[in-house]
Design a protein around this ligand. Structure first.
Ligand code: MD3
Ligand code: FE
Length: 200
């Protein structure tokens, strides 16, 4: 299924595979706890985040960038093998990802339209995995203010973003909190795998 150049693989992961990945992510989050990133304007994002891999994405008053350590100073944990295997299966890219961003959406969390441009090259795809509650995903073109299309993403869906879509504006308008029972307390996890290509 294609949405403005974003390829969506509905139900790419069965329930058992989703459960196994949630267990892997619990280990990542125990080593590198979720935090509310602050924008350069000093506003807290509603989504909580953490990362795995050689580098991880951070945002604070100094701006957006990849860093070799969690804000606490600990190194980011390694990317779980099951996620590396998912990249091999669906990303159609021989270069392995060096960063894995984990976004957690509690009740009312959203993510405004933005472009992902902190990576060294836009020639590599981004792989996104949705777990837990349904989310209304919106994607447009490479110019702000262009036409957009929306689709609901559900638990186990994978999106692969490459080619012209790599610099498309995109965001999450809302989630249906409590729509999935994958996470006992509700909420949504989005995992993105990328080749940041910036030195650790
Ligand atoms: C389209 N995450 O982490 S995933 C992000 O569901 C991000 O948490 C959203 O946007 C989420 O940066 C959307 C789907 C996605 C990810 C990266 C993209 C779509 C994309 C990069 C370029 C274009
Ligand atoms: Fe993004």
């Amino acid at each position: 299924m294609d949405l403005n150049g974003v390829t969506i693989h509905p139900g790419a992961l069965d329930h058992a595979a989703q459960e196994a990945l949630v267990a892997d992510l619990r280990d990542v989050v125990s080593a590198a706890p979720l935090f509310h990133p602050e924008t350069s304007r000093g506003r807290k994002m509603s989504v909580r985040m953490t990362s795995a891999g050689a580098v991880g994405w951070v945002s604070d008053r100094r701006g957006y960038r990849y860093e070799p350590a969690h804000p606490s100073g600990v190194a980011w944990p390694p990317i779980p093998d099951r996620l590396l295997a998912l990249w091999d299966r669906l990303a159609d890219c021989a270069t392995p990802p060096d960063t894995c961003l984990i976004n957690f959406y509690g009740e009312g969390a959203r993510m405004g339209l933005h472009q992902d441009r902190d990576e060294a090259s836009f020639d590599f795809p981004v792989l996104s995995l949705s777990l837990g509650d349904d989310a209304l995903f919106r994607v447009g073109g490479t110019e702000r203010g262009g036409r957009t299309k929306s689709v609901w993403l559900s638990s186990g869906d994978v999106a692969v973003i490459g080619g012209d879509a790599r610099l498309a504006y995109h965001g999450i308008d809302r989630t249906r909190f409590g729509s999935s029972s994958l996470l006992p307390q509700g909420g949504r996890i989005n995992v993105t795998l990328r080749v940041a290509g910036v030195s650790a």
